[in-house]
Design a protein. Structure first.
Lengths: 256, 334
């Protein structure tokens, strides 16, 4: 676990700031994610987690500060550049191609990372180079049996699993998961934790999550965000024994 | 691969025969009507097939791309003037460079000018979405409309009567049956092109952008490029339809690109069922035949026509093709 610090840094933010009106939603955030680790970002409601992850995936432009991804400055670049550089995110509120099948959803994600789509003639709906990897990723998240279901027709938990499959399908160097367990029942959460555990050896993951069990099970390192500022970063024990964290966050959920 | 059968594919197979029947009727009925002494109806059907071609082209961006262009009549007009203006100069002199009856030249001008206009206006329009996109595409087509109204040389808003058609080797478009055959084959080719495109990677990217543009972006896809190319293809095909329309009417006026014409094309797509391959043909057929039928009853045919259109949009979600699919899928469920 502590080996993470010696790894190469894949994502680094320096003094990242973003304000909405008078509210400083992201306040001089310095965050680094090491290659190969599962880094969890936790914080109470309204701490600015979603604002931060939106900047890290290019959907929001930071006011000041910089984002370095794989040694390149990507600050202020459009979202599709972040993605093509190898940074994939899943959404807190499920964002899918609702009128397509699960297989087509993942196939589109596969297609997105295999170069441009200016191919007008060859039939892509039966293209093995799209469908076989897509089917593989559906298997990884345990959705193979629903491959031909329409995305809007499957359960909430299955849609979250599909989100992960689509993020994986772009073969990212960094997977940003925005509350993958949000709104899930206990069974569904456990299934998702299992899936993420399988991935944790092979993928670098930045996990934004409310579920403390999930965070303490999965994460190598944890950063705590409060009022837009990172007040602590460290492993599970360090975070649990940090007085500032206890006061700001774990204090009111001492059983976690 | 898993062998599970896609239920959607079953529906498509069922509607395949209905689409094939429609095309077969279009291949047989109009020539038969002509031979049995009803040339008026061949004229109606030629118009129907040409507008079906234009609506199929519009469907590529409206149905599959989710981009509601309210300016597609502009391409019909540009295509028609691509016949009218070179012919006018060939008849009355002036502007030697393009003065010609040559059909290949007319087609080339129709398609390239339409593609260029689509590229320029699309590049700007596609930076907007929703109602703004509808309004800006309409504004651009009105701009072209007024430009041709102002061109006194070519008749202004009185239009341009040429009375001769584009010349091709071996065939003569003056023969109404030939013109119908060319139009019908062009429609089949357009269907084949749109069919292939919508199943290609390009088409999937386009439909992904319709379904969820933000998701496409977060997958690393710049949707704008694909939408712009689709817009240009759609405009070019529509310009080709305009070339056929110019040859059908041999009277070309700015009225062809009026915004109400764009609205009619949109109605055909929506009435027939957007994002169904043959939907626009059903739409065009229903539109043209209903217009003819109501005209027979009353000179105030616009009123019942409008009411029927409103009712069809309200009650036939997914258009006529959607209704057929629904009936078919109910039948196969029970």
């Amino acid at each position: 676990m502590s080996a993470a610090a010696s790894h190469k840094t894949i994502l680094q933010t320096t003094n990242l700031c973003k304000s909405f009106g008078g509210v400083l939603a992201t306040d001089h955030v310095n965050l680094d994610v090491a290659s190969g680790e599962v880094h969890a970002l936790i914080g109470p409601n309204g701490a600015g987690k979603t604002t931060l992850i939106s900047q890290l995936s290019g959907l929001l432009k930071p006011d000041t500060g910089s984002i370095i991804f794989k040694g390149k400055n990507v600050t202020g670049k459009p979202a599709h550049r972040f993605a093509s550089a190898g940074l994939a995110r899943s959404f807190q509120i499920t964002s899918l191609f609702a009128d397509m099948t699960l297989l087509q959803n993942v196939a589109l994600a596969v297609q997105a990372h295999t170069g441009h789509s200016f191919h007008f003639w060859r039939n892509a709906t039966t293209d093995k180079r799209l469908l076989e990897p897509a089917y593989h990723y559906l298997q990884t998240v345990g959705l193979a049996k629903h491959a031909d279901s329409i995305a809007s027709a499957v359960s909430h938990g299955e849609r979250r699993q599909l989100e992960v499959a689509m993020a994986l399908a772009t073969n990212p160097s960094l997977l940003l998961l925005d509350e993958p367990m949000a709104g899930m029942g206990a069974d569904e959460s456990n299934l998702m934790i299992e899936i993420l555990q399988k991935l944790s050896g092979e993928k670098t993951i930045l996990l934004i999550e409310h579920d403390m069990d999930a965070v303490f099970t999965l994460a190598n390192r944890i950063s705590v965000l409060v009022y837009g500022r990172i007040i602590a970063t460290g492993n599970k024990e360090q975070i649990q024994s940090d007085p500032a964290v206890a006061a700001a966050y774990l204090g009111d959920t001492s059983d976690a | 691969m898993n062998p599970a059968v896609n239920p959607k594919r079953l529906i498509h197979r069922a509607s395949f025969w209905i689409n094939a029947l429609l095309l077969l009727l279009l291949a047989i009925v109009p020539p038969v009507l002509f031979i049995t002494g009803q040339p008026y109806w061949l004229d109606i059907f030629t118009r129907l097939v040409i507008l079906a071609l234009a609506a199929t082209a519009l469907n590529l961006i409206l149905g599959y791309g989710g981009l509601v262009s309210f300016g597609h009549a502009a391409y019909l007009g540009l295509g028609a003037y691509a016949v009218g203006i070179p012919t006018y100069h060939a008849l009355y002199g002036g502007w030697e460079a393009i003065a010609s009856y040559n059909g290949f030249l007319h087609v080339t001008i129709a398609v390239s000018v339409s593609a260029l206009f689509a590229l320029l206006t699309g590049a700007i329009s596609l930076r907007t979405r929703g109602v703004n996109f509808i309004m800006i595409t309409m504004a651009f087509s009105q701009m072209i409309f007024y430009a041709f109204v102002a061109l006194e040389n070519y008749g202004g808003d009185d239009g341009l009567t040429i009375d001769v058609r584009s010349e091709f080797p071996l065939i003569s478009l003056d023969n109404p049956l030939t013109l119908y055959a060319i139009s019908f084959i062009s429609l089949l080719l357009t269907l084949a092109i749109v069919y292939k495109i919508t199943r290609s990677r390009f088409g999937l990217a386009l439909q992904g952008a319709r379904s969820n543009e933000e998701r496409m972006r977060s997958l690393g896809v710049d949707c704008y490029r694909y939408q712009l190319v689709a817009f240009v293809i759609s405009g070019a095909l529509c310009g080709y339809a305009g070339f056929l329309l110019g040859n059908l009417d041999t009277f070309i006026s700015p009225e062809m690109m009026d915004w109400t014409r764009s609205g009619e094309l949109m109605f055909m797509v929506i009435l027939g069922g957007a994002s169904f391959l043959c939907g626009p043909i059903f739409g065009a057929a229903a539109f043209i035949l209903l217009e003819q039928l109501l005209r027979g009853f009353t000179i105030h045919w616009h009123l019942p026509f409008g009411i029927l259109l409103i009712l069809s949009v309200l009650f036939f979600r997914g258009g006529l093709s959607g209704v057929i699919d629904k009936v078919r899928s109910k039948g196969s469920n029970s």
